[in-house]
Write a protein that binds this ligand. Structure first.
Ligand SMILES: NC(=O)c1ccc[n+]([C@@H]2O[C@H](COP(=O)([O-])OP(=O)(O)OC[C@H]3O[C@@H](n4cnc5c(N)ncnc54)[C@H](O)[C@@H]3O)[C@@H](O)[C@H]2O)c1
Length: 279
């Protein structure tokens, strides 16, 4: 996708972190913005910092785990701007627990926000994007967790692996369909955002999260300090994404130091070796 100016972008999870920086970059590129988040007050405050004229901005409170709300977001975006050229399925939550302590509600929450959201995005946006003469681009935010199997994050890992294979499959299908829609897959490692405080957005229907104890607590602390100490910023992620979209590049893996871990996992598989555990 070469032209951003006067095209329209839909960004989920835009009130904070990577989503907000994607929005900032899209605004700087001269795009119309449809910003969605479950935290509407925070979204309004964040959007105000973009200094966009009202005619170029639509804010929509959306719980991306709910199909009806993603469908309503698509309806609103196409009705307001007549097209969606850049779809960023970015909203996500994290939960750190050993697998045997994850409840069904925990799984439903994480899979709902991190995986079903992207599935619903594909269902409700792509068919309409296919009808646009201008084409478009889909950016799915996964994680290096979608390429590895780091202990303590089973639900997150499963969701993010799902986003990887969904995106790779979608890429192949769009190519086979000769569609003018590109796909990029963002897989960051640690980025200082509010992801380690995801519990703030846990919807009532998923119940309360129980405090972590023992091994789960130590994984939780390790995850929070890794997020806070991340060297690359959310703005770096947005720059990487826009470069990839402009080049029509699929894999966006900004933390190159993680390559050895990805390679190690591939080697374990190819050599039928038990999964190597990194410190
Ligand atoms: N920060 C990292 O280290 C990191 C690493 C890899 C991948 N990611 C991914 O990046 C994406 C953005 O996360 P972030 O790091 O910017 O975190 P963040 O918490 O700063 O932002 C996530 C946003 O998603 C919103 N959100 C949560 N649940 C929602 C729901 N049900 N419906 C709609 N919006 C919802 C939150 O309100 C928030 O604004 C996520 O998909 C996350 O998994 C983050």
């Amino acid at each position: 996708m070469k032209q951003f100016r006067d095209r329209s972008a839909v960004i989920t999870g835009a009130a904070s972190g990577i989503g907000l920086e994607l929005a900032r970059r899209a605004a700087a590129e001269g795009m119309n913005l449809v910003l969605a988040d479950i935290e509407h007050d925070k979204l309004e405050a964040a959007a105000a910092t973009l200094n966009l004229p009202a005619a170029r901005l639509l804010l929509q409170k959306t719980d991306v785990s709910r199909e009806d709300e993603v469908a309503a977001l698509a309806d609103a975006a196409f009705a307001r701007f007549g097209g969606v050229h850049l779809l960023c399925n970015n909203a996500g939550v994290g939960l750190t627990r050993v697998s045997w302590e994850l409840t069904t509600a925990d799984w439903n929450w994480v899979l709902g926000v991190d995986l079903w959201s992207v599935i619903h995005g594909v269902q409700h946006f792509v068919p309409r994007m296919l009808k646009q003469a201008e084409g478009g681009h889909v950016v799915n935010t996964s994680s290096v967790a979608g390429l590895l199997s780091t202990p303590g994050m089973a639900a997150y890992n499963v969701a993010k692996h799902g986003v990887v294979t969904l995106s790779e499959t979608l890429y192949g299908e769009l190519l086979a369909a000769k569609a003018r829609i590109g796909v990029s897959l963002l897989c960051p490692a640690w980025v200082p955002t509010a992801i380690h405080e995801s519990g703030r957005n846990r919807q009532q229907r998923f119940g309360e999260v129980k405090p972590a104890e023992g091994l789960s607590a130590s994984y939780e602390q390790r995850m929070a300090s890794a997020v806070k100490s991340g060297r690359l910023t959310a703005a770096d992620m947005a720059n990487e994404v826009f470069a990839a979209v402009a080049e029509d590049r699929f894999y966006v893996i900004p933390h190159r130091k993680i390559n050895h871990a990805i390679q190690l996992r591939m080697d374990d598989i190819m050599q039928l070796r038990n999964p190597t555990q990194l410190a």
